[in-house]
Design a protein around this ligand. Structure first.
Ligand SMILES: [Zn+2]
Length: 158
């Protein structure tokens, strides 16, 4: 039986292409950002290790806009797999806090909104928690504004 979580995971693979990011994934230069760049270089989002994601649950704001659109799916997948862990908490905060949305198309934005709902429904607080509801509302507000014309990477460019 396919669960809604399986569906959300399959949707990530369907709409987010496996691309490599040219140049540094993180814009800042320091030991932490260099480690992030080293790990992400030569990896597509599906190749990012779960170990890396769980020890870097809060680094999405450090990524360049290009790296953010290429790798967000890795954090979403980890959050779907473990909705009670730090990655899930941080990803829901990040998605509603003015993330760089310009590299996404409308279909990807729709998949991000449903993934966020799925993550929230699996969280320890449940989807009816007030803070979770607020964060989902912020995510819908942010991502429903992504225009239909793709500005960045699209699955057809694979
Ligand atoms: Zn840094």
């Amino acid at each position: 039986m396919t669960t809604s979580r399986d569906f959300a995971l399959a949707e990530l693979l369907r709409v987010f292409p496996q691309v490599l990011v040219r140049g540094r994934a993180a814009q800042h230069v320091c030991a932490e950002c260099n480690d992030i760049c080293d790990h992400l270089a030569q990896r597509t989002w599906a190749q990012v290790t779960r170990e890396f994601l769980s020890s870097n649950c809060d680094v999405l704001p450090l990524l360049s806009p290009e790296a953010y659109s290429a790798y967000l799916a890795a954090w979403l997948r980890e959050a779907l797999l473990c909705p009670d862990e730090g990655v899930a908490t941080m990803v829901l905060i990040n998605l509603g806090s003015s993330p760089p949305v310009s590299g996404f198309n409308a279909e990807q934005a729709r998949v991000i909104i449903s993934a966020a709902r799925e993550i929230a429904s699996g969280s320890i607080w449940g989807p009816d928690d007030e803070a979770t509801e607020r964060s989902i509302a912020a995510i819908e507000e942010t991502w429903s504004r992504v225009p239909a014309n793709p500005a960045g990477v699209t699955p057809s460019k694979r």
